[in-house]
Design a protein around this ligand. Structure first.
Ligand code: PEP
Ligand code: MN
Length: 337
């Protein structure tokens, strides 16, 4: 339920309504706009049936949120969410690029990659320390040692860090080192994990599940938001279809659809979507053209010998070219890179 207050509503009137809703067992999300205050009452709305909220002083109107996702829906908040990470804004005019290797391998490789993606124009450094591998016999990541290497690369370059959390037991450890917590495609519906990241004060990059609908994707974001953390970046990374020419099929329409449905920033990961480095630049350009707020790109200084996803990783020089190409597209859609 959305409760819109009159322009003239006083602080007392607003807190009276907030207390009343809370006493009924619902959660309250307060949104103070320039013009007026709106609150979302989230939970079992049937509990509100016996309370005529419209009759309370200061209330202008009460509207149901018809979508199953509430806090993340555009109905709940019309203006886009802008997330500030160490002074770098995500979801504003500038298209943001997260770049780096699939997994953290050695300190030297990571430092080299971090320096080069920074020179190329990336805003964030990525690198997996805990890797969700299909085979238990594949490289699983360096764990805490990998996080330490990321912290070192951050010190050197100033780039904030994005890295994946796979297990709620590692959340405190990860939060010590990373600036954005990544939830991978395979864990998009790990509801315990979503609930845990909803309780911390760190932005979350939520990747779309391999076979998840947009509605399911948004319901997963709602799990996080319902716990209080609304700093969520949605990332389309390709879905499973009958097509085998690419690793997955990039659902570009997800960008404008998500933009209509939610106020959260939307990123595209063309590396995991295509599985081929030669397709990463054209699809990055397409992503910016359809309104993506950012990209996640795998870059490796020596892709031939990468321990993970070398075939889809760009060499640093190619990454720098990609940044130039998306700059042109961004300008035509009124954005910057
Ligand atoms: C990744 O970005 O490191 C990754 C494993 O991607 P996804 O979860 O989209 O497969
Ligand atoms: Mn990868």
């Amino acid at each position: 339920m959305i409760i819109v207050f009159k322009k003239s509503a006083t602080e007392e009137e607003i807190s009276h309504v907030v207390d009343r809703i809370k006493s009924l067992g619902l959660a309250v999300h307060l949104s103070k706009g320039e013009e007026r205050t709106i609150i979302g009452a989230i939970g079992d709305e049937s509990l509100l049936a016996s309370t005529p909220l419209e009759a309370l002083p200061g209330v202008e109107k009460v509207m149901p949120i018809l979508k199953p996702y509430k806090v993340v829906s555009r109905d709940f908040k019309a203006e886009p969410t802008v997330i500030d990470v160490m002074g770098t804004k995500i979801g504003a005019k500038e298209v943001r690029v997260i770049a780096g290797p699939c997994s953290v391998e050695t300190m030297d490789l990571l430092k080299d990659c971090a320096t080069k993606v920074k020179e190329g124009g990336a805003s964030f450094l990525r690198g997996g320390a805990f890797k969700p591998r299909t085979s238990p016999y594949s490289f699983q990541g360096l764990g805490e040692e990998g996080l330490k290497f990321l912290a070192e690369a951050k010190k050197e370059t100033g780039l904030p860090i994005v890295s994946e959390l796979m297990d709620p037991r590692d959340i405190e450890l990860l939060c010590e080192y990373v600036d954005i917590i990544q939830i991978g495609a395979r864990n998009m519906q790990n509801f315990r994990l979503l609930t845990e990241v909803g309780r911390v004060k760190k932005p979350v990059l939520l990747k779309r599940g391999l076979a998840a609908t947009i509605k399911e994707f948004l319901m997963s974001a709602e799990y996080i938001a319902s716990q209080g953390n609304t700093d969520i970046i949605l990332c389309e990374r390709g879905i499973r279809t009958f097509e085998t020419a690419t690793r997955n099929t990039l659902d570009l329409s997800a960008v404008p659809v998500l933009k209509q449905e939610t106020h959260l920033p939307v990123f595209i990961d063309p590396s995991h979507a295509t599985g081929k480095w030669s397709l990463v630049t054209p699809l990055s350009m397409a992503a910016v053209a359809v309104g993506a707020d950012g990209l996640m790109i795998e870059v490796h200084s020596d892709p031939e010998n990468a321990l993970c996803d070398g075939e889809q990783s760009l060499k640093p020089a190619k990454f720098a070219e990609l940044m130039k190409m998306i700059g042109g597209i961004a300008a035509t859609v009124g954005r910057t890179v």
